[in-house]
Design a protein around this ligand. Structure first.
Ligand code: ADP
Length: 610
């Protein structure tokens, strides 16, 4: 019988030492069980973690997919939105994102250029939308505006704490709006505007993962480009509206025609009035079908001009209206694009009346010039008779010398040279008179004012001598040059000098001198004055003196001064008359000058008292 109290191992007999036990199990067994339990626990924990990770990833994946789906929907809505519906579409998009991401608010804003102000354009909050409508949604945010240059998203997990100390205005905004977390993303649009989107939470704080930031950045880009497109469309529409208003209200006739075949696409009311065709009659037709060009040659000439240059500026053209009336127009033409089709817009400025007035003016100038030449017949006759007389006596002298036994050839040669000189002088006078009476339009060429004065003084010298009057020239030494029509200028001077001599005829002056002075008037002008010592102009007549047909002379026409003024004004100059305290009158005209140098005067006296 085994002794009582003996251990079970001892009771086994054999004298082997008994192993220690755990919970009554053999040690090895206990350890193995522990390892198994621990491994199982580890496996279970691992499984749980993996499961949770999988779930989180699945959730994130789901959120990402949902966001991408929303973004696709938003992009589609915005692309389809018209100018009128785009505002609503953007608000709708922001609201969709707000609900999905559980934000307190979302907004799209722009940085007001060159300021520290942010202007809210769209907001999910109705009260802010009202402020936007009242144009009261501008908030000073200097710190934020300064951050735009870095073009980086600004994630604020704890908005108030994360904002730096100097962002006072931004902190105030966060406090007033009770914002917990905020994400602000600056967006640089293609039109150079800085837009931005911001998303805020108001209940809980949240971290902004890179994924969320890039998702919301993509949303911001879509919204910003829609706003830019919207603006561009609005501007285009506005400019189209403005263009259309200007086109239809313009007092100048305008026509738009297709560049490739010249088909008329549109005409304005002035064009209808001027050319006598209605829009319905003109649109869809070619100008030549309406008989607007005077000839095919003219059409081709204009066509090739437009084809080479692509535009025209102030091109004078004569066109025909429906009633075959000829219209002189100044044409300007520009290329424009209408619905991607190259077109021309042509603007006609009707100058028919001006041209007619100009023609009348020229006829009057001509008439008055003829009258002047008539007045100067005596001088002209003298000018021509003198060389003719000299030629005759020289020819007689030569004949006599030829009859001598040994004709002095040197003397005869000298006589022949004199004859040639006198002949040239006579033909020069005739040429001068011919230019003076020729009817010619104003031709502006560089002219030395002094030369013109000297020419006129020479022409009038005989007349002056006959009247016992001295013509005195006091001419600018730097020989000012102007752009003028020499013959017209001569006419003005002849008029003024003849009038001056007339005024001295009656009053028996003791100073029978007409002074003609030229001088530079500032950097851009040249002045000429004609001063006499005559009876002067009655003060009450001074205002009328340049009016046509005003004359106090029995045989006067009253055209000289009117013509003088119109010639001077056609040169963009001015003319004035005044009485002098010491007696006599002075007429002064000023013309725009060309280039010149130096200053001073030189004297020339032509004519002498008889
Ligand atoms: P007309 O010489 O044919 O009369 P003008 O137009 O040349 O025409 O001159 C108009 C009028 O102006 C003259 O009739 C004269 O009364 C006045 N007038 C012009 N020049 C002078 C002058 N130098 N002194 C006084 N009166 C002048």
């Amino acid at each position: 019988m085994p002794a009582s109290g003996a251990s079970p191992a001892a009771a086994h007999g054999g004298g082997v030492p008994r192993e220690s036990t755990l919970l009554g199990m053999p040690r090895n067994m206990a350890l193995a069980s522990l390892v198994i339990v621990l491994t199982q626990t580890g496996l279970i924990v691992g499984l749980l973690v993996a499961n949770r990770r999988r779930k989180r990833l699945a959730r994130e994946q789901g959120e990402r997919l949902r966001f991408e789906q929303i973004l696709t929907e938003i992009s589609g809505d915005l692309v389809e939105a018209s100018v009128e519906t785009l505002d609503n579409a953007i608000c709708h998009a922001l609201e969709k994102v707000r609900v999905m991401m559980e934000f307190q608010s979302c907004m799209l804003f722009e940085h007001v250029r060159d300021t520290q102000v942010v202007r809210i354009l769209y907001h999910t909050d109705a009260a802010v939308r009202e402020a936007i409508a009242r144009r009261e949604a501008e908030i000073p945010m200097p710190w934020l505006c300064a951050q735009f240059q870095y073009r980086k998203a600004i994630p604020l997990a704890h908005a108030l704490q994360d904002l730096p100390a100097d962002a006072r205005e931004e902190q105030d905004y966060v406090r007033v709006k009770n914002i917990k977390s905020a994400l602000i993303i600056p967006l640089h649009s293609t039109d150079g505007t800085t837009h931005g989107v911001s998303f805020c939470t108001g209940v809980a704080y949240r971290e902004w993962s890179d994924t969320v930031i890039s998702q919301l950045h993509a949303l911001g880009d879509v919204l910003s480009s829609s706003v830019s497109r919207h603006r561009a469309e609005m501007e285009l529409r506005l400019s189209e509206e403005r263009f259309s208003k200007a086109f239809h209200a313009s007092p100048s006739a305008m026509v738009i025609f297709r560049a490739r075949d010249e088909t008329i696409l549109d005409v304005n009311e002035s064009w209808e009035r001027q050319f006598g065709y209605t829009y319905a009659e003109a649109a869809g037709h070619l100008p030549e079908e309406l008989g607007i060009y005077r000839s095919e040659k003219e059409r081709l000439r204009l066509g090739s001009l437009v084809d080479t240059v692509g535009s025209l500026r102030n091109h004078e053209i004569t066109l025909r209206t429906r009633t075959e009336r000829e219209v002189v127009a100044i044409l300007s033409l520009e290329t424009i694009s209408i619905h991607d089709e190259a077109c021309y817009i042509a603007i006609f400025h009707d100058v028919t009346d001006q041209r007619r007035v100009e023609e009348m003016r020229q006829s009057m100038v001509h008439v008055s010039r003829l009258a002047l030449v008539g007045e100067l017949t005596a001088s002209i006759a003298h000018e021509i008779n003198q060389p003719l007389g000299a030629i005759l006596s020289n020819a007689e002298a030569a004949e006599m010398l030829m009859e001598t036994e040994n004709p002095p050839l040197d003397d005869i040669r000298q006589i022949l040279a004199d004859i040639r000189k006198d002949d040239l002088r006579a033909s020069q006078v005739i040429r001068h008179i011919r230019t003076l009476v020729r009817r010619a339009p104003l031709r502006l060429l560089p002219v030395q004012v002094n030369e013109v004065v000297l020419d006129v003084l020479k022409l009038l010298s005989t007349d002056a001598q006959r009247r016992g009057i001295i013509l005195h020239g006091d001419l600018a030494a730097d020989e000012p040059e102007i752009s003028a029509d020499r013959v017209h200028l001569q006419q003005v001077l002849i008029n003024l000098i003849v009038n001056a001599m007339d005024a001295m005829k009656s009053n028996g002056t003791t100073i029978p001198i007409v002074d003609v002075r030229t001088w530079r008037e500032g950097p851009h002008g040249v002045s000429v004055s004609v001063r006499d010592h005559g009876h002067g102009i009655p003060e009450d007549r001074l205002p009328q003196i340049f009016e046509s047909f005003f004359t106090t002379k029995v045989e006067g026409m009253g055209l000289g001064l009117a013509m003088a003024r119109s010639i001077i004004e056609a040169h963009r100059g001015s003319i004035a008359a005044r009485n002098l305290a010491e007696g006599g009158a002075m007429f002064t005209f000023t013309l725009p000058s060309g280039n010149g140098n130096g200053a001073g005067t030189r004297n020339a006296t032509i004519g002498r008292s008889s």
